[in-house]
Design a protein around this ligand. Structure first.
Ligand SMILES: [Zn+2]
Length: 190
């Protein structure tokens, strides 16, 4: 899914990969009570899971973005299952719960991905309609070039340069507010 069918005036904030581990982002999530969803890739997070435990403690949810950030489409079933189930196991061992949501790296997937994800306990494959990369500009995967109720926004963190997640989130919140929208908790809708 790229967006959630809802009449509620909500936008969903999702953060990919898990490269940036800025404690000030944890402060922001806590202070604003932001219901953010973190889609984590094991090889990107590396030894940095403690940061995401702190985020989780202030209300963030932890979701699956594979072990190694492989482009899954076209890969054999066993390989796709290993990428997805492997990260389910890591996250369950680390946080005590198995994620329900999965985001395929680069948004690329096929029917084999859906089968493998279901086998691994995933109930929804979550894509995005808009993304905010490090340059701070919102780009739209499809549809109108403005935020609408139900949109899922992706904020990837893998590039080493550009604006911090905190800075990008500030920009997003300004845009969300200007449109009369608010931030919703994705897990309450999906
Ligand atoms: Zn990614």
């Amino acid at each position: 899914m790229h967006r959630v069918p809802t009449r509620d005036r909500v936008i969903f904030l999702t953060y990919d990969d898990g490269a940036e581990k800025d404690p000030r982002f944890v402060d922001m999530v806590r202070e604003l009570r932001l219901p953010v969803s973190m889609f984590l890739t094991d090889s990107v997070v590396g030894p940095g899971y403690g940061h995401f435990a702190r985020l989780r403690a202030v209300g963030a949810s932890i979701q699956n973005h594979t072990l190694d950030h492989a482009a899954l489409r076209g890969l054999p079933y066993a390989g796709q299952r290993a990428e997805i189930c492997g990260q389910q196991s890591k996250l369950r061992a680390r946080f005590g719960v198995r994620p329900r949501l999965f985001r395929p790296p680069y948004g690329t997937y096929d029917t084999t991905t859906l089968r493998a994800a279901a086998h691994c306990g995933v109930t929804a494959v979550v894509l995005w309609r808009a993304a905010m990369e490090g340059d701070g500009e919102l780009t739209y995967a499809k549809g109108p070039r403005r935020l609408r109720a139900g949109d899922i926004v992706s904020v990837p963190s893998s590039e080493p340069t550009g604006l911090s997640l905190r800075e990008r989130t500030t920009r997003l919140l300004r845009e969300i507010q200007a449109r009369g929208l608010t931030v919703g908790r994705l897990e309450d809708y999906v």
